[in-house]
Design a protein around this ligand. Structure first.
Ligand code: ADP
Ligand code: GN1
Ligand code: MG
Length: 367
């Protein structure tokens, strides 16, 4: 097994010998490995990732985005006296200077990052303070990206947060019923189709120019930010695959959908899934304080709605994948995507009941 990875690891510009290479983390898209190298008695960790090229069709475009964004971030962090190896993702290039390596044996595209040390990517946070800190991290990251020239980036996944398209994909999946699961998810289909009107609002506001299009992360879940293992303070934002033009309501909303859930994303027992308003408040405070004055009125008015939208959209995506036979999100057990979809829909219902309170928390925030 190790020899299989040795051949891949050797293509990257690292010194020393390979000690181990094991599956790592809980991402749904790429396959992540923790690599340990030993050089003159000293062990150093790295992250190796097999890029999911079923999801990311243009790997060269994707990796060029990541190269540009990480180089930009590293320069900005260095200028402000920070440590770029810890506060930014840092690519380890191949020995021939490329951002990634194509391995013919498994037709896999691989990339390598420096390992961000003494930091944790949480799956779930009970302590509002940590969630607050993750909001500060994403808010600061948004500020940094505001200075980045968006025209340099390719749109890695077209219509990524275009909820109308996501809805159309669900309808197609229902009509095709590829793996014969439609009959068992009638309730979920009813839930999704009953809220069709949720889909269009932010897309229309962006299209009409009423809401500013910004460079956004687009996958701001808690396990895509690293917090200091001791202090809990923000260290780095990771998982930069989906950086694209979008709305900050998407970024805010996606964080809320994942972090304010009292249970795991794939919890089977729906009674454990609730929306935690205290965590919402902590996140809103952290995000708004980091963004300072850069948020516009229309964005602020749609942050709480963005949370419902992102949760609904994600539920639709999980349900679509379930109906298509679990081909997009990694699954480790039967029914996992259906549990994920049900969980998101339960959260949507709870957020709907809390919408006024959520908006009030945002309105009451004093800069
Ligand atoms: P995916 O796109 O599949 O979600 P991620 O890039 O988010 O993959 O990586 C999965 C997990 O691996 C993260 O949640 C985090 O725990 C860990 N990870 C990724 N990159 C690093 C890094 N540079 N240093 C430390 N841990 C990392
Ligand atoms: C995926 O890559 P990961 O696990 O951070 C997905 C997100 C979903 C999320 C749901 C490229 O994120 O859009 O919101 O799962 N990423 C992609 O947990 O589709
Ligand atoms: Mg991730």
């Amino acid at each position: 097994m190790l020899s299989r990875y040795k051949k891949i690891v050797e293509k990257f510009d690292l010194s020393g010998e390979l000690v181990s290479c094991e599956r790592y983390g809980e991402g749904h898209i790429n396959s992540t490995y923790l690599v340990v190298m030993r050089d003159e008695g000293k062990e150093t960790q790295y992250i190796l990732q097999k890029i999911n090229n079923n999801v990311f069709k243009d790997v060269d475009g994707l990796m060029n985005n990541i190269r540009l964004v990480t180089e930009f971030n590293r320069e900005m962090i260095t200028k402000r006296g920070g440590n770029p190896n810890r506060e930014s993702l840092t690519l380890v290039y191949t020995k021939d200077g490329k951002t990634h390596y194509f391995n013919e044996e498994d037709c896999g595209y691989y990339r390598m990052y420096l390992f961000i040390t003494d930091a944790i990517a949480y799956q779930k946070i009970e302590k509002p303070e940590y969630f607050y800190q993750s909001a500060v991290a994403f808010g600061n990251f948004a500020n940094l990206l505001a200075q980045f020239d968006a025209s340099k980036l390719v749109e890695v996944i077209k219509d990524f947060h275009n909820t109308k398209r996501r809805y159309e994909n669900l309808i197609n999946a229902i009509n095709c019923d590829k793996v014969g699961r439609v009959k068992e998810v009638q309730e979920e289909i009813k839930f999704a189709t009953g809220r069709k009107e949720l889909c269009g609002k932010i897309v229309s506001l962006l299209e009409s120019g009423q809401m500013p299009t910004k460079v956004t992360h687009n996958d701001t879940k808690l396990n895509n930010v690293m917090l200091d293992a001791v202090s809990g303070e923000p260290v780095a934002v990771i998982d930069l695959d989906t950086i694209m033009p979008g709305s900050i309501c998407y970024d805010f909303g996606d964080s809320i959908r994942f972090g304010c859930n009292t249970a795991k994303e794939d919890e089977h027992d729906l009674s454990k899934i609730n929306f935690n308003l205290e965590l919402f408040s902590a996140y809103a405070k952290g995000y708004l304080s980091a963004l300072k004055g850069s948020i516009t009125k229309i964005e602020k008015e749609n942050l709480a709605y963005g949370a419902i939208l992102m949760t609904y959209e994600c539920g639709i995506r999980f349900l679509t994948d379930y109906l298509e036979g679990d081909v997009y999100f990694h699954t480790t057990r039967d029914g996992q995507n259906l549990d994920r979809a049900r969980g998101q829909f339960k959260l949507v219902s709870e957020m709907e009941k809390n919408l006024d309170k959520m908006q009030e928390i945002i309105n009451n925030f004093e800069e």
